[in-house]
Design a protein around this ligand. Structure first.
Ligand SMILES: [Zn+2]
Length: 75
């Protein structure tokens, strides 16, 4: 086995390890990251319960106490 063949196989092995771990990390990240949701966030003015409802609705009823709430906006 010639020296440059050993070096070449070493580099190929390193490339496989780097690409493999990059692929693995990306796969793990996608698995644990929450999917983006278009739902609106509501916070109940009566009981302070935070919940989500479909995007596009102006008012939503609190699942805890039944009070009607407007979309919660982050400033
Ligand atoms: Zn409530």
């Amino acid at each position: 086995m010639s020296p440059h063949l050993i070096i070449l196989s070493y580099f190929v092995a390193m490339l496989v390890v780097v690409c493999g771990s990059g692929w693995y990390v990306e796969r793990q990240r996608r698995r644990f990251e929450p999917e983006r949701s278009d739902d609106s966030i509501f916070r109940c003015g009566k009981c302070r319960y935070v919940y989500t409802d479909d995007h596009g609705v102006d008012r939503s009823r609190c699942p805890q106490c039944g009070a009607s709430n407007e979309v919660f906006r982050f400033y």
